[in-house]
Design a protein. Structure first.
Length: 294
């Protein structure tokens, strides 16, 4: 059984998760629950886009067998008193870099635990864009011996590069400006590919060209980080695979986006399989050692 937990207001990003679940599993369950404990701001919770009828049509079209859309009191009955929270370095890192705010991850981990217990799926699907979510869920699954397999799928984008998000409907006249998030990520990725590996230089070059924080710009940068892909620690120089993460407020809408950039050839590890195939005298260690470029 494949399971796609969501907050509804479906777009092509949600559809790609449902589609993968349909391809890979015998049964597909999709949930819609706008989780109040995941919002740090009540107004944001109140105005989160909701359209259950349209969502039901989309889920059906994507081959979902069950659409589970519980009401808040069903999930949080009176005297509800238990939460699941992920702590430790990884989460501290997410908090320090601004990728998550206090309470958000506890709200998310608690609702995911409840949904997993209710639905009892084998595989759970997440989108790569919401990095704090899948990072915390992967850690929670490992720490609590959850039996589910966690799958993380690529971000689906609008033609101009903006990551699809249910919140995009609130962008209004700022819609065009929101593309700046993807532009920053792409600029850093191309400078990195061209050989610039100093994190401060990459950051300065990408951000200086962007229209942030100008009075009528409508875009306020909340964070931009170059994180080690394994530890999520901000790096000072790129030496191994990284994740680029950006968060910004566009008008009054909070958006986030991430990208896993290609490394420049100078630090890209040689293809270990090709090196191993080259002959028995090639040791595994040397096959895995990054090769200098010509
Ligand atoms: P949400 O309804 O925003 O809570 O998202 C439900 C799931 O869909 C999460 O796992 C998200 O990461 C994923 N998702 C949201 N936007 C996208 C996107 N543009 N591409 C792929 N997955 C997405």
């Amino acid at each position: 059984m494949g399971f796609v937990p969501t907050m509804g207001a479906f777009h092509a990003g949600h559809e790609s998760l449902m589609n993968a679940a349909r391809r890979e599993c015998d049964h597909v369950v999709v949930s819609i629950f706008v989780n109040p404990t995941q919002f740090t701001d009540n107004t944001e919770f109140g105005r989160y886009p909701r359209d259950e009828e349209q969502d039901a049509r989309i889920a059906e079209r994507q081959g979902a067998d069950v659409l589970f859309a519980p009401e808040v009191p069903e999930i949080y009955p009176s005297r509800f008193a238990t939460t699941v929270s992920v702590a430790g370095e990884l989460v501290e890192m997410l908090r320090r870099t601004g990728l998550t705010k206090d309470g958000q991850l506890t709200g998310m981990c608690t609702i995911i635990t409840k949904l997993l217990n209710i639905v009892q799926p084998d595989v759970v699907y997440f989108g790569e864009k919401d990095l704090p979510h899948w990072v915390a869920v992967e850690r929670m699954a490992r720490d609590l011996n959850l039996p589910q397999q966690i799958k993380v799928l690529p971000t689906v984008r609008e033609p101009d590069g903006l990551a699809m998000s249910s919140r995009n409907v609130h962008l209004g006249e700022n819609r065009k400006k929101a593309v700046v998030l993807h532009q920053v990520l792409s600029a850093v990725a191309s400078n990195l590919k061209a050989g610039e590996t100093d994190a401060a230089a990459l950051r300065a070059r990408a951000l200086s060209t962007m229209d942030f924080n100008v009075p009528d710009g409508g875009v306020t940068l909340e964070y931009f980080e170059i994180l080690d892909r394994d530890t999520l620690e901000p790096v000072t120089a790129v030496r191994a695979p990284v994740i680029l993460a950006i968060g910004a407020r566009v008008g009054d809408v909070s958006l986030l986006d991430i990208l896993r950039p290609e490394l420049p050839e100078s630090i890209r590890p040689a293809d270990p399989m090709a090196a191993l195939a080259a002959g028995p005298r090639q040791s595994r260690e040397s096959a895995l050692t990054p090769q200098p470029s010509n």
